[in-house]
Design a protein. Structure first.
Length: 197
């Protein structure tokens, strides 16, 4: 069987080695897990304010905020997409501003206000942006939706009545692989108009 192009290249070998290490980490190889998460001597207790609640975690201070939210605090709304600040699936708000939680060190948000999609609704009432996304059907697979909503919420807090250009500019940091951009823009416009299309 012929090798596919690039399959035996040095870059492919490096990728395969890194991927193999990651698989072993996910499978629970304790040595690899400890090497990746830092030794206990390097861990710190970090006080966080997440969705209006005080939380403390003891972890490597350089660990991504996304990992802490998902694995330690069980807040799984923010998603891992690219890990490189390109897709926005991991977007949360820090002091009201959208940040890529996949590349934000948890120590950098110590004593700052972190908001996730789980903190938007009040009691059983959805946030107006969430309502607008549902009304417009501004989602397909839903993977990007929490990040999109958090970015839209940040925009509407600072610019309650944005132009379509301002909406496009703000939302440009997020990618929808299903291509529901037109519905997303309509949803943000609807939320800005108080729920009226």
């Amino acid at each position: 069987m012929a090798a596919r192009r690039g399959e035996n290249s040095p870059a492919a070998s490096q990728f395969n080695a890194a991927y193999s290490r990651k698989l072993w980490t996910l499978a629970g190889d304790r040595d690899t897990l400890q090497a990746n998460s830092g030794s206990r001597d390097m861990q710190q207790t970090i006080d966080l304010s997440v969705n209006g609640q005080s939380r403390s975690v003891t972890t490597d201070p350089n660990r991504p905020l996304l990992d802490v939210l998902r694995e330690d605090l069980n807040l799984t709304g923010a998603k891992f997409g690219c890990g490189e600040r390109h897709c926005g699936a991991c977007t949360v708000l820090v002091d009201g501003r959208p940040v890529y939680s996949c590349s934000t060190r948890v120590s950098s948000v110590k004593n700052r206000k972190v908001e996730t999609i789980e903190g938007l609704s009040e009691d059983d009432k959805l946030h107006p942006v969430q309502d607008a996304f549902l009304a417009e059907g501004a989602l397909q697979c839903g993977y990007c939706t929490p990040g999109m909503i958090m970015t839209a919420v940040a925009l509407l807090r600072t610019t309650p009545h944005p132009t379509s250009g301002e909406i496009r500019s703000a939302m440009n940091r997020n990618i929808c692989r299903c291509g529901t951009y037109v519905r997303i823009l309509k949803a943000v416009e609807e939320a800005a108009n108080g729920g009226k299309p």
